[in-house]
Design a protein around this ligand. Structure first.
Ligand code: SF4
Length: 223
């Protein structure tokens, strides 16, 4: 049976996304294929990070033991774990659970479309210029988006904001999925972001602050 590298698992509230503020179980898997300039979970991507090897059955049993129904599978980049499709299929079988995957936009979502019943919802980042990772984005992923999925633009400066608008318009993203603009914590003036959204009449776009960084210290883990 496959085992997955779990570096953190805990119950908290969702800090972002469609279910922001709602209770959720976080399963953080080790490793990432990108190296974003503003990464706040670099520790989880280090080669020597401590992890617990868990089978899909053990992960499911942990989830059920918490009594919480929302699951956020995150990283690192969770979709680069070997055998991840198997884990997603297992967790999707339980109709009482709602599975959300936070993915960095560089991994194809194509193979995950085979899950038709209670499919996972994807929150896909689009990494902009200030991340230094924009050339790794897989824009084919926009063709797989469903209305319950989310595209999140992590915005570090006004150039990023302009670029986000261009991508949203080019791929008509607001008609396909939820679209969020998420400021890099402490790097861009929030009032400027609101003015930009107003000036450009960005209907259907949501400005999102990372709740967990407001509630707890921005560096705090396990929350
Ligand atoms: S994709 Fe996410 S986890 Fe990976 S380096 Fe970028 S911010 Fe960090």
């Amino acid at each position: 049976m496959k085992q997955y590298k779990v570096v953190e698992k805990f119950v908290s509230i969702n800090g972002e996304g469609r279910l922001a503020g709602q209770l959720a179980i976080f399963i953080r898997l080790a490793g990432c294929n990108l190296n974003c300039s503003y990464c706040d979970t670099k520790w989880a991507n280090e080669k020597d990070v401590a992890f617990e090897l868990m089978t899909s059955k053990e992960i499911y049993e942990y989830i059920k033991s918490t009594g919480v129904r929302n699951i956020t599978l995150t990283g690192g980049e969770p979709l680069m774990q070997e055998g991840i499709l198997e884990l997603l299929k297992e967790l999707s079988k339980d109709e009482k659970l709602s599975l959300e995957i936070e993915t960095n936009g560089s991994i194809s979502l194509k193979e995950f479309q085979v899950i038709k019943e209670n499919p996972p919802k994807f929150t896909m980042d689009y990494k902009l210029q200030s991340s230094n990772m924009e050339d790794k984005m897989d824009v084919d992923n926009f063709t797989y988006l469903k209305t319950e999925d989310t595209v999140k633009f992590v915005v570090g400066n006004m150039d990023d904001l302009n670029r986000a608008k261009a991508i949203i318009d080019e791929y008509k993203l607001t008609s396909k999925a939820n679209v969020y603009l998420s400021p890099v914590f402490g790097q861009i003036d929030l009032e400027d972001m609101v003015d930009f959204i107003k000036d450009n009449k960005m209907n259907g776009v949501t400005l999102q602050l990372q709740l967990h960084k407001v509630i707890w210290s921005p560096e705090k883990r396990g929350v």
